[in-house]
Design a protein around this ligand. Structure first.
Ligand code: TTP
Ligand code: MG
Ligand code: MG
Length: 427
C-alpha cells in the first residue's frame, strides 16, 4: 500500500519577514518623553539654525513635509512648532540591540540590515510559533509591549518583496504578499519603490513611459539591457519580484568580507577605486591564507542617507586573486557609486571551492600566483604594511581594515552580534 502523501510545501505561505521600526530615533525620544507624544519631533543636530541635516522626523513632523536627510533649516521653516533634539546614538544602539534580541527569539535566521531593520526567515519556526503572518503579528506585539515602539512588517516569499511590503503601510503596518502574488503586488507601485532604482535610472526609463513596476516588468528585457546594460537584466527580474538572495545570519561562515567606513563621506571616484582595491586585497589575502577560492564576489555600498545596496556576481572560475576580485568589485560598484556620496564600502567573497592544484594553472597565471604568494609570505612575516601596492600609496584609506570576524573562515563560529558595528556608530 502506498504511504500517505506528506503535506506538500505548496501549502505553505510566505516566510521572509522584513521588520523596520517607525520613525525610529524620533519614536524612541517620544517614548522616553511623554510630553513629546503627538507633537512634531525632529532628531538631528542642535536646532533649526544648525547646519546639519534631519536624522529622523516623527510622523507628526512628516505631515509638514519634513524628511530624513533634509537640512535642519528647511525642516525648521516647514514646521515652525517642531521640537528639535540632538542625536543620541548610544541610546538608539541599545534599543536596536533590544529589538534584534526580540527578533532572534523567533528564529536564529536574522539578518540585520541597518540600525532599525532586519530580514528574518521563519521557515524553520512555523511549528513553534505559527506561519509567517502570525509570527509578524507576534513580533509587532512584542516590540510594542516590551519596548513601547511600533514596527512595520512585510511578509513575502523574497527579501525584495518583503522590504517593499513593510514600507507600504507605515507606520504600524503589516502587509502580507501571498505566494504567487509577488508580480501582481508590485505591478501598480511606482518604480521608485523598487530597491536600487534611483533618480538616474528613473530618468533613463522615462523615454519608455515606465512609471510603475508593472510597466517595467512588461518591457522587453533586451530593451532594458540596451538602455541600462547588465543592470537592465537584473531590473526585469526584480520588477517581477524575483530575488534569490537568502537571509544570511552570518553563522554559516561561508564568506570572507572586509568593510570600510569613510571618516568623511566621499564621492571621489579615485578614493572609491583605491578603497575597493584595498578591500579586495584584504579579502583575497584571507582566501589565500585559508587555501580557499571563491566564485561569488559581492560589493556593499552604503550612501550618506544610509541606503545600503549589495550587488553580486558569480564568476566562471573561482578565484583568490586580488586583480580578479578588484575588477569584479569595480564593475559591480560603479553603477551604485556614480553620482552618490558614499559612507561605507564592502567587498565580500563567497561560494567557496577548494584550491586547484598549482600545476593546473595556465602559464601566466602560475607566474602571477607565485608573485602573489611570495608577497603573502612577506606580509605574514613582517605585517600587512610591508608590501603596499603603488596605487594604495598616498590613499587616505585607513589600515588595517575592519575585519568582520563573523565571516572569517579562519575563525568560524565566533559570538553573535558583531554586525552592530555600523549600527553602533552614531550617524
Ligand atoms: P529609516 O528606517 O530609514 O527611517 P525611520 O525609522 O526614521 O522612519 P520610517 O518609519 O520611514 O522607517 O531609518 C532609521 C533611522 O536611521 C532613523 O530613525 C534615523 C537614521 N537615519 C539617519 O540618521 N539619516 C538618514 O538619512 C536616514 C534615512 C535614517
Ligand atoms: Mg525605520
Ligand atoms: Mg530602516
Amino acid at each position: 500500500m502506498p504511504e500517505p502523501a506528506m503535506p506538500t510545501s505548496e501549502a505553505r505561505g510566505p516566510t521572509i519577514l522584513h521588520v523596520d521600526l517607525d520613525a525610529f530615533f524620533a519614536a524612541v525620544e517620544q517614548r522616553d518623553r511623554p510630553e513629546l507624544r503627538g507633537r512634531p519631533v525632529i532628531v538631528g543636530g542642535g536646532g533649526p539654525n544648525d547646519r546639519g541635516v534631519v536624522s529622523a522626523a516623527s510622523y507628526e513632523a512628516r505631515a509638514f513635509g519634513v524628511r530624513s536627510a533634509m537640512p535642519l533649516r528647511t525642516a525648521g521653516a516647514l514646521c515652525r512648532g517642531a521640537v528639535f533634539l540632538p542625536v543620541d546614538g548610544a541610546k538608539y544602539g541599545r534599543v536596536s540591540r533590544q529589538v534584534m534580541a526580540i527578533l532572534r527569539r523567533f528564529t536564529p535566521r536574522v539578518e540585520q540590515v541597518s540600525i532599525d531593520e532586519a530580514f528574518l526567515d521563519v521557515a524553520g519556526s512555523e511549528g513553534l510559533f505559527g506561519d509567517g503572518p502570525t509570527i509578524a503579528a507576534a513580533i509587532k506585539h512584542a516590540i510594542r509591549d516590551e519596548l513601547g515602539l511600533t514596527a512595520s512588517v512585510g511578509v513575502a516569499s523574497t527579501k525584495l518583496v518583503a522590504k517593499v511590503a513593510s514600507e507600504l503601510r507605515k507606520p504600524d503596518g503589516l502587509v502580507v504578499v501571498p505566494l504567487g502574488n509577488e508580480a501582481a503586488f508590485l505591478a501598480p507601485l511606482p518604480i521608485a519603490r523598487l530597491w536600487g532604482v534611483g533618480p538616474q535610472t528613473r530618468q533613463r526609463l522615462t523615454d519608455y513611459h515606465v512609471r510603475t513596476i508593472g510597466d517595467l516588468a512588461a518591457l522587453a528585457p533586451d530593451v532594458l539591457v540596451r538602455r541600462l546594460g547588465a543592470q537592465g537584466r537584473e531590473l526585469t527580474a526584480r520588477a517581477q519580484g524575483i530575488d534569490t538572495s537568502p537571509v544570511s545570519d552570518g553563522q554559516d561562515a561561508k564568506s570572507v568580507s572586509h568593510e570600510h567606513t569613510f571618516a568623511v563621506d566621499t564621492h571621489d571616484g579615485d578614493e572609491i577605486e583605491r578603497s575597493l582595491l584595498a578591500l579586495s586585497e584584504g579579502v583575497s589575502g584571507r582566501l589565500r591564507a585559508s587555501g580557499l577560492k571563491a566564485a561569488t564576489i559581492t560589493v556593499k555600498v552604503r550612501d550618506a542617507a544610509f541606503e545600503t545596496r549589495t550587488r553580486q556576481r558569480t564568476l566562471d572560475e573561482p578565484t583568490d586573486m586580488t586583480e580578479v576580485i578588484w575588477r569584479t568589485a569595480l564593475e559591480l560598484a560603479r553603477p551604485q557609486t556614480r553620482g552618490r556620496t558614499i559612507r561605507l564600502l564592502g567587498v565580500g567573497a563567497s561560494n567557496f571551492g577548494e584550491r586547484t592544484q598549482l600545476g593546473l594553472f595556465a602559464e601566466g597565471d602560475d607566474r602571477r600566483r607565485r608573485v602573489v604568494e611570495a608577497a603573502d609570505a612577506v606580509r605574514s612575516r613582517f605585517g600587512p604594511r610591508a608590501i603596499t601596492r603603488a596605487r594604495l600609496l598616498g590613499s587616505r584609506v585607513a589600515e588595517p581594515f575592519e575585519k568582520d570576524p563573523m565571516t572569517a573562515p579562519e575563525a568560524r563560529r565566533v559570538g553573535r552580534g558583531r554586525r552592530q558595528s555600523e549600527a553602533d556608530d552614531s550617524p
